[in-house]
Design a binder for this molecule. Structure first.
Ligand code: PGA
Length: 252
C-alpha cells in the first residue's frame, strides 16, 4: 500500500534554538505516533537552516525539504538557490509553486513548471502546489484553475510526471483555520488524479497531499479520503504535539 506523506511547511519561521526543540520533540514522539505502522515524514525548512536540520534529523527517518528552488541551473541570479545546492544538503523534497510564491513573487504556471524540472533533474522530488482563491471558487472555477496549474507541470515534465508529489492547497484555507471539507477536498483530488491518469500509467503512485489548515483535529477525516495521500502542514507543523497527532492519523 502506498504510504501517506506528512510534510511540514515551516514557512519563514524558526531559529537555531527553536528548530532544535521542535525536532527533538518530533523525534521523541515519532515511534509512538507511528505505533508500528508506516508514514513518510518530511520538514520543508528555510534554506538558512538546511545544514542544521540535516544534522538534527540524521538517522530519524525524517526527510529534509526546501520551500523553493531556482528555475535556473547556476550563475548570476543573486539570492537564488539552485537544485544542485539543495542536493548538497541531502534535500529530498522541494515545494514549488506554493500560493505564497505565486501571490507575492509573481510566479507563473510556466515558472513553477521550470522549477519542478530543475528539482527533478537533480533527483529532488518537487511538491507541486496548486489551488484556487476564494474568488475563483465562488466563480465555480476551482477545477479549471487546478487543472491549468497542473497541466503546465505535466506539459513540461512529461515522462517524469509520476515522480512528482502534488499538493492541493485551496488558497482560502491556508492559515485561515478554514479547511475544505473532506468531501470537497476529495472531489478536487479526484479531478487531479484523473488528469494524472491521462498523462501517465503510473498515476496511482503519485501522492496527492491536501494542505490548508490541516490540524490535529481534522487530519484523520481528511486522510481517510481515497485520493488524499497525505498532508502539507503549515501552522500545525510548528508544534511537535500537533504534528505528531497528524503523523499518527496518517500511519497505515
Ligand atoms: P496552514 O499552511 O497549514 O498553516 O494552513 C499550509 C501551507 O501553506 O502549506
Amino acid at each position: 500500500m502506498k504510504q501517506k506523506l506528512i510534510a511540514g511547511n515551516w514557512k519563514m519561521n524558526g531559529s537555531l534554538a527553536a528548530n532544535e526543540v521542535l525536532l527533538q520533540g518530533v523525534q521523541q514522539g515519532l515511534a509512538q505516533a507511528l505505533n508500528g505502522k508506516q508514514a513518510q515524514v518530511a520538514v520543508c525548512v528555510p534554506v538558512a537552516y538546511l545544514s542544521q536540520v540535516q544534522q538534527l534529523v540524521k538517522g530519524s527517518g525524517i526527510e529534509v525539504g526546501a520551500q523553493d528552488v531556482s528555475a535556473q541551473e547556476q550563475g548570476a541570479y543573486t539570492g537564488e538557490t539552485s537544485a544542485a545546492m539543495l542536493k548538497d544538503f541531502a534535500v529530498r523534497y522541494c515545494l514549488v509553486g506554493h500560493s505564497e510564491r505565486r501571490q507575492y513573487h509573481g510566479e507563473t504556471d510556466e515558472h513553477v513548471a521550470a522549477k519542478a524540472q530543475r528539482a527533478l533533474s537533480s533527483g529532488i522530488t518537487p511538491i507541486v502546489c496548486v489551488g484556487e482563491t476564494l474568488a475563483e471558487r465562488d466563480a465555480g472555477k476551482t477545477e479549471e484553475v487546478v487543472k491549468r496549474q497542473l497541466a503546465a507541470v505535466i506539459h513540461t515534465n512529461g515522462h517524469c510526471i509520476s515522480e512528482i508529489v502534488v499538493a492541493y492547497e485551496p488558497v482560502w484555507a491556508i492559515g485561515t483555520g478554514k479547511t475544505a471539507s473532506p468531501e470537497e477536498a476529495q472531489a478536487v483530488h479526484a479531478v487531479l488524479r484523473a488528469q494524472l491518469h491521462a498523462a501517465t500509467e503510473h498515476a496511482d503512485r503519485v501522492q496527492i497531499l491536501y494542505g490548508g489548515s490541516m490540524n490535529a483535529a481534522n487530519a484523520a477525516q481528511l486522510l481517510s479520503q481515497p485520493d488524499i495521500d497525505g498532508g502539507l502542514i503549515g501552522g500545525a507543523a510548528l508544534k511537535s504535539a500537533d504534528f505528531l497527532t497528524i503523523i499518527a492519523a496518517a500511519a497505515r
